[in-house]
Design a protein around this ligand. Structure first.
Ligand SMILES: Nc1nc2c(ncn2[C@@H]2O[C@H](COP(=O)(O)OP(=O)(O)OP(=O)(O)O)[C@@H](O)[C@H]2O)c(=O)[nH]1
Ligand SMILES: [Mg+2]
Length: 304
Protein backbone atom coordinates (compact mmCIF):
# COMPACT_ATOMS: atom_id res chain seq x y z
CA UNK A 1 0.00 0.00 0.00
CA UNK A 2 1.31 3.47 -0.79
CA UNK A 3 0.98 5.98 2.01
CA UNK A 4 0.74 9.12 -0.09
CA UNK A 5 -2.67 10.69 0.36
CA UNK A 6 -3.45 8.50 3.36
CA UNK A 7 -4.16 10.35 6.60
CA UNK A 8 -4.03 9.01 10.15
CA UNK A 9 -4.34 10.55 13.56
CA UNK A 10 -5.64 10.54 17.09
CA UNK A 11 -8.79 12.40 18.03
CA UNK A 12 -10.15 12.99 21.55
CA UNK A 13 -13.90 13.13 22.12
CA UNK A 14 -14.37 15.25 25.25
CA UNK A 15 -17.05 17.18 27.12
CA UNK A 16 -19.27 17.19 30.19
CA UNK A 17 -20.78 13.95 31.52
CA UNK A 18 -23.84 12.72 29.59
CA UNK A 19 -23.36 14.98 26.56
CA UNK A 20 -23.30 12.00 24.15
CA UNK A 21 -19.60 11.20 23.64
CA UNK A 22 -19.98 7.43 23.70
CA UNK A 23 -23.10 7.57 21.54
CA UNK A 24 -21.08 9.50 18.95
CA UNK A 25 -18.22 7.00 18.99
CA UNK A 26 -20.62 4.08 18.54
CA UNK A 27 -22.37 5.83 15.66
CA UNK A 28 -19.08 6.49 13.88
CA UNK A 29 -17.94 2.89 14.34
CA UNK A 30 -21.35 1.48 13.38
CA UNK A 31 -21.17 -0.86 16.36
CA UNK A 32 -21.62 -0.70 20.07
CA UNK A 33 -18.17 -0.52 21.61
CA UNK A 34 -18.57 2.13 24.29
CA UNK A 35 -21.31 1.85 26.86
CA UNK A 36 -24.11 4.41 27.01
CA UNK A 37 -26.69 5.24 29.65
CA UNK A 38 -29.06 8.07 30.52
CA UNK A 39 -26.94 8.72 33.65
CA UNK A 40 -23.89 11.00 33.81
CA UNK A 41 -20.44 9.50 34.45
CA UNK A 42 -21.12 6.24 32.64
CA UNK A 43 -17.73 6.03 30.89
CA UNK A 44 -14.83 5.54 33.33
CA UNK A 45 -11.85 4.89 31.06
CA UNK A 46 -10.41 6.17 27.85
CA UNK A 47 -11.90 3.92 25.16
CA UNK A 48 -10.13 3.73 21.85
CA UNK A 49 -12.25 3.18 18.73
CA UNK A 50 -10.65 2.94 15.29
CA UNK A 51 -12.54 4.32 12.29
CA UNK A 52 -11.24 3.26 8.88
CA UNK A 53 -11.95 4.50 5.42
CA UNK A 54 -9.89 3.83 2.31
CA UNK A 55 -7.73 6.93 2.58
CA UNK A 56 -7.86 7.56 6.33
CA UNK A 57 -7.67 6.02 9.76
CA UNK A 58 -9.01 7.97 12.72
CA UNK A 59 -8.20 6.69 16.18
CA UNK A 60 -10.98 8.16 18.33
CA UNK A 61 -10.65 8.25 22.09
CA UNK A 62 -13.88 8.36 24.02
CA UNK A 63 -13.25 9.80 27.47
CA UNK A 64 -15.03 10.13 30.82
CA UNK A 65 -17.00 13.37 31.22
CA UNK A 66 -15.08 16.32 32.64
CA UNK A 67 -16.66 17.57 35.89
CA UNK A 68 -15.79 18.75 39.39
CA UNK A 69 -14.60 15.44 40.77
CA UNK A 70 -15.04 14.53 44.42
CA UNK A 71 -14.16 10.89 45.10
CA UNK A 72 -10.88 9.27 44.21
CA UNK A 73 -12.59 7.27 41.46
CA UNK A 74 -14.08 10.42 39.91
CA UNK A 75 -10.76 12.27 40.07
CA UNK A 76 -9.10 9.39 38.28
CA UNK A 77 -11.81 9.51 35.57
CA UNK A 78 -11.42 13.23 34.91
CA UNK A 79 -7.66 12.80 34.87
CA UNK A 80 -8.05 10.24 32.06
CA UNK A 81 -10.04 12.75 30.02
CA UNK A 82 -7.80 15.79 30.46
CA UNK A 83 -4.59 13.84 29.88
CA UNK A 84 -5.97 12.69 26.53
CA UNK A 85 -5.96 16.31 25.33
CA UNK A 86 -2.20 16.43 25.15
CA UNK A 87 -1.62 13.44 22.89
CA UNK A 88 -4.01 14.02 20.00
CA UNK A 89 -4.13 15.75 16.60
CA UNK A 90 -7.69 17.07 16.92
CA UNK A 91 -10.11 17.59 19.81
CA UNK A 92 -13.84 17.06 19.32
CA UNK A 93 -15.58 19.02 22.08
CA UNK A 94 -19.21 18.04 22.51
CA UNK A 95 -21.59 20.45 24.19
CA UNK A 96 -25.26 20.17 25.08
CA UNK A 97 -27.00 23.26 23.65
CA UNK A 98 -29.68 23.01 26.33
CA UNK A 99 -27.34 23.26 29.32
CA UNK A 100 -24.19 24.81 27.89
CA UNK A 101 -25.56 27.75 25.98
CA UNK A 102 -23.49 30.19 28.01
CA UNK A 103 -19.78 29.62 27.36
CA UNK A 104 -18.71 31.94 30.16
CA UNK A 105 -20.09 29.35 32.57
CA UNK A 106 -19.65 26.12 30.61
CA UNK A 107 -16.15 26.58 29.17
CA UNK A 108 -13.67 23.93 30.27
CA UNK A 109 -10.24 25.45 30.73
CA UNK A 110 -8.26 22.35 29.79
CA UNK A 111 -10.04 22.18 26.43
CA UNK A 112 -9.66 25.91 25.70
CA UNK A 113 -5.95 25.55 26.30
CA UNK A 114 -5.48 22.52 24.03
CA UNK A 115 -2.69 23.18 21.53
CA UNK A 116 -4.43 21.43 18.62
CA UNK A 117 -7.53 22.32 16.57
CA UNK A 118 -10.76 22.05 18.56
CA UNK A 119 -13.98 21.21 16.72
CA UNK A 120 -16.93 22.49 18.70
CA UNK A 121 -19.87 20.12 18.36
CA UNK A 122 -23.29 21.04 19.73
CA UNK A 123 -24.93 17.60 20.09
CA UNK A 124 -28.56 16.52 20.58
CA UNK A 125 -29.75 19.06 18.02
CA UNK A 126 -32.82 16.83 17.58
CA UNK A 127 -33.94 18.20 20.97
CA UNK A 128 -33.56 21.95 20.31
CA UNK A 129 -34.91 24.55 17.91
CA UNK A 130 -32.50 25.40 15.08
CA UNK A 131 -32.96 29.11 15.82
CA UNK A 132 -31.55 28.65 19.32
CA UNK A 133 -28.22 27.47 17.90
CA UNK A 134 -27.22 30.77 16.31
CA UNK A 135 -26.61 32.83 19.48
CA UNK A 136 -24.96 29.81 21.06
CA UNK A 137 -22.55 29.48 18.15
CA UNK A 138 -21.68 33.18 18.29
CA UNK A 139 -20.93 33.01 22.02
CA UNK A 140 -18.79 29.91 21.77
CA UNK A 141 -16.85 31.25 18.78
CA UNK A 142 -15.78 34.20 20.92
CA UNK A 143 -14.98 32.07 23.96
CA UNK A 144 -13.16 29.09 22.47
CA UNK A 145 -12.16 30.16 18.93
CA UNK A 146 -12.88 26.65 17.57
CA UNK A 147 -11.44 25.56 14.23
CA UNK A 148 -14.99 24.69 13.13
CA UNK A 149 -18.46 24.32 14.59
CA UNK A 150 -20.46 21.27 13.57
CA UNK A 151 -23.91 20.71 15.09
CA UNK A 152 -24.94 17.04 15.17
CA UNK A 153 -27.29 14.49 16.58
CA UNK A 154 -25.16 11.52 17.65
CA UNK A 155 -28.35 9.56 18.19
CA UNK A 156 -29.80 9.96 14.69
CA UNK A 157 -26.46 10.48 12.95
CA UNK A 158 -27.50 13.84 11.59
CA UNK A 159 -24.34 15.85 10.77
CA UNK A 160 -21.90 13.08 11.72
CA UNK A 161 -20.59 12.53 8.16
CA UNK A 162 -19.77 16.26 7.95
CA UNK A 163 -17.99 16.05 11.29
CA UNK A 164 -15.88 13.14 10.03
CA UNK A 165 -14.84 15.22 7.00
CA UNK A 166 -13.83 18.10 9.26
CA UNK A 167 -11.77 15.70 11.36
CA UNK A 168 -10.03 13.83 8.52
CA UNK A 169 -8.92 16.96 6.68
CA UNK A 170 -7.03 18.07 9.81
CA UNK A 171 -5.02 14.86 10.21
CA UNK A 172 -1.43 14.54 9.00
CA UNK A 173 -0.47 12.38 6.06
CA UNK A 174 0.61 9.08 7.52
CA UNK A 175 0.21 5.36 7.03
CA UNK A 176 -2.32 3.71 9.36
CA UNK A 177 -1.24 3.01 12.96
CA UNK A 178 -3.38 -0.10 13.34
CA UNK A 179 -4.41 -2.89 10.97
CA UNK A 180 -7.31 -1.59 8.90
CA UNK A 181 -9.73 -4.18 10.30
CA UNK A 182 -8.99 -3.48 13.97
CA UNK A 183 -11.79 -1.85 15.96
CA UNK A 184 -10.16 -1.14 19.33
CA UNK A 185 -7.13 -1.83 21.47
CA UNK A 186 -9.27 -2.84 24.44
CA UNK A 187 -9.31 -6.50 25.37
CA UNK A 188 -12.42 -8.62 24.90
CA UNK A 189 -12.47 -9.05 28.66
CA UNK A 190 -12.63 -5.32 29.25
CA UNK A 191 -15.39 -4.72 26.70
CA UNK A 192 -17.37 -7.65 28.12
CA UNK A 193 -17.07 -6.23 31.65
CA UNK A 194 -18.34 -2.90 30.31
CA UNK A 195 -21.44 -4.49 28.75
CA UNK A 196 -22.35 -5.86 32.19
CA UNK A 197 -21.63 -2.51 33.85
CA UNK A 198 -23.92 -0.76 31.36
CA UNK A 199 -26.86 -3.00 32.23
CA UNK A 200 -26.24 -2.27 35.93
CA UNK A 201 -26.27 1.46 35.17
CA UNK A 202 -29.63 1.04 33.50
CA UNK A 203 -31.30 -1.21 36.09
CA UNK A 204 -30.03 0.06 39.43
CA UNK A 205 -31.32 3.21 41.06
CA UNK A 206 -29.79 6.32 42.56
CA UNK A 207 -26.13 6.16 43.52
CA UNK A 208 -25.61 2.42 43.40
CA UNK A 209 -24.19 2.22 39.83
CA UNK A 210 -21.36 4.51 40.93
CA UNK A 211 -20.30 2.02 43.61
CA UNK A 212 -19.96 -0.85 41.19
CA UNK A 213 -17.09 -2.44 39.34
CA UNK A 214 -17.11 -5.52 37.15
CA UNK A 215 -14.29 -8.00 36.88
CA UNK A 216 -14.01 -10.91 34.47
CA UNK A 217 -12.62 -13.84 36.43
CA UNK A 218 -12.64 -16.41 33.65
CA UNK A 219 -13.04 -16.26 29.88
CA UNK A 220 -12.87 -19.69 28.28
CA UNK A 221 -12.81 -19.95 24.51
CA UNK A 222 -14.69 -22.98 23.16
CA UNK A 223 -12.74 -26.01 21.97
CA UNK A 224 -14.67 -26.05 18.69
CA UNK A 225 -15.32 -22.95 16.64
CA UNK A 226 -19.09 -23.17 16.94
CA UNK A 227 -18.99 -23.85 20.70
CA UNK A 228 -19.98 -21.68 23.64
CA UNK A 229 -17.71 -19.08 25.26
CA UNK A 230 -17.87 -19.46 29.06
CA UNK A 231 -17.52 -16.26 31.02
CA UNK A 232 -17.39 -15.88 34.78
CA UNK A 233 -17.86 -12.31 36.00
CA UNK A 234 -17.89 -10.78 39.44
CA UNK A 235 -19.70 -7.58 40.35
CA UNK A 236 -17.98 -5.68 43.16
CA UNK A 237 -19.99 -3.41 45.46
CA UNK A 238 -18.84 -1.28 48.39
CA UNK A 239 -21.18 -2.40 51.19
CA UNK A 240 -22.93 -5.60 52.29
CA UNK A 241 -26.34 -3.91 51.96
CA UNK A 242 -25.66 -3.19 48.27
CA UNK A 243 -25.12 -6.84 47.50
CA UNK A 244 -28.76 -7.72 48.18
CA UNK A 245 -29.98 -4.86 45.99
CA UNK A 246 -27.85 -5.98 43.06
CA UNK A 247 -29.15 -9.53 43.39
CA UNK A 248 -32.75 -8.38 43.86
CA UNK A 249 -35.77 -10.24 45.26
CA UNK A 250 -35.48 -13.87 44.27
CA UNK A 251 -32.43 -12.97 42.19
CA UNK A 252 -34.57 -11.01 39.77
CA UNK A 253 -32.30 -8.01 39.14
CA UNK A 254 -29.17 -10.05 38.61
CA UNK A 255 -31.02 -12.40 36.29
CA UNK A 256 -32.28 -9.55 34.11
CA UNK A 257 -28.84 -7.90 34.03
CA UNK A 258 -27.28 -11.24 33.11
CA UNK A 259 -29.71 -11.97 30.28
CA UNK A 260 -29.36 -8.54 28.70
CA UNK A 261 -25.59 -8.47 29.10
CA UNK A 262 -25.28 -11.93 27.56
CA UNK A 263 -27.29 -10.81 24.53
CA UNK A 264 -25.06 -7.75 24.08
CA UNK A 265 -21.90 -9.84 24.47
CA UNK A 266 -23.13 -12.39 21.93
CA UNK A 267 -23.72 -9.57 19.41
CA UNK A 268 -20.26 -8.21 20.11
CA UNK A 269 -18.37 -11.49 19.93
CA UNK A 270 -20.58 -13.06 17.27
CA UNK A 271 -20.69 -16.26 19.29
CA UNK A 272 -22.84 -18.09 21.80
CA UNK A 273 -22.02 -17.18 25.37
CA UNK A 274 -22.63 -18.72 28.77
CA UNK A 275 -22.41 -15.99 31.39
CA UNK A 276 -22.29 -16.57 35.12
CA UNK A 277 -22.23 -13.58 37.45
CA UNK A 278 -21.49 -13.47 41.17
CA UNK A 279 -21.45 -10.50 43.55
CA UNK A 280 -18.68 -9.63 46.01
CA UNK A 281 -18.08 -6.86 48.56
CA UNK A 282 -14.88 -4.79 48.57
CA UNK A 283 -15.48 -2.29 51.39
CA UNK A 284 -15.28 1.35 50.20
CA UNK A 285 -13.32 0.42 47.08
CA UNK A 286 -14.00 3.78 45.33
CA UNK A 287 -11.93 5.49 48.06
CA UNK A 288 -8.98 3.13 48.14
CA UNK A 289 -6.11 3.84 45.76
CA UNK A 290 -5.19 0.24 44.98
CA UNK A 291 -8.81 -0.87 44.51
CA UNK A 292 -9.60 2.11 42.26
CA UNK A 293 -6.65 1.23 40.05
CA UNK A 294 -7.57 -2.44 39.83
CA UNK A 295 -11.36 -2.45 39.94
CA UNK A 296 -11.66 0.72 37.85
CA UNK A 297 -9.44 -0.81 35.13
CA UNK A 298 -7.03 2.12 35.29
CA UNK A 299 -4.00 -0.13 35.64
CA UNK A 300 -3.82 -1.04 31.98
CA UNK A 301 -6.47 -3.76 32.19
CA UNK A 302 -8.27 -2.63 29.03
CA UNK A 303 -5.33 -3.79 26.98
CA UNK A 304 -4.72 -7.17 28.57
N1 LIG B 1 -31.94 12.96 21.93
C1 LIG B 1 -30.64 12.67 21.90
N2 LIG B 1 -30.09 11.96 22.91
C2 LIG B 1 -28.77 11.69 22.83
C3 LIG B 1 -27.95 12.12 21.74
N3 LIG B 1 -26.68 11.70 21.97
C4 LIG B 1 -26.72 11.02 23.15
N4 LIG B 1 -27.96 11.01 23.67
C5 LIG B 1 -28.40 10.40 24.94
O1 LIG B 1 -27.70 11.01 26.01
C6 LIG B 1 -27.44 10.07 27.06
C7 LIG B 1 -25.95 10.05 27.38
O2 LIG B 1 -25.23 9.52 26.29
P1 LIG B 1 -23.74 8.96 26.43
O3 LIG B 1 -23.28 8.66 25.08
O4 LIG B 1 -23.69 7.90 27.48
O5 LIG B 1 -23.02 10.26 26.98
P2 LIG B 1 -21.49 10.44 27.43
O6 LIG B 1 -21.10 11.82 27.08
O7 LIG B 1 -20.68 9.33 26.90
O8 LIG B 1 -21.64 10.31 29.02
P3 LIG B 1 -20.51 9.93 30.12
O9 LIG B 1 -19.83 8.70 29.68
O10 LIG B 1 -21.33 9.72 31.35
O11 LIG B 1 -19.62 11.14 30.24
C8 LIG B 1 -27.96 8.72 26.56
O12 LIG B 1 -29.25 8.53 27.10
C9 LIG B 1 -28.03 8.92 25.05
O13 LIG B 1 -29.01 8.11 24.42
C10 LIG B 1 -28.59 12.88 20.69
O14 LIG B 1 -27.98 13.30 19.70
N5 LIG B 1 -29.92 13.12 20.83
MG1 LIG C 1 -19.56 7.93 27.83
Amino acid sequence: MTTSGHRSGYVAIVGRPNVGKSTLLNHILGTKLSIVSFRPQTTRNRILGIYNQEDAQVVFMDTPGIHEADSLLNKRMVDQATRTLSDVDVVVHLIDPRTESDPTEARIEAISEAKVPVLLVPNKVDLVKKSSLLPLIEGWTRAEAPAAIVPISALSGDGVAGLLDEVVQRLPESPPFFPKDQLTDASERFVVSEMIRERLFVHLHQELPYSIAVEIEAFEEPKQKSGVIRILARIWVERDSQKGIVIGKGGRVLKQVGTEAREAIERLLQARVHLKITVGVDKHWTRKQSSVERRGHFDGDQRQ
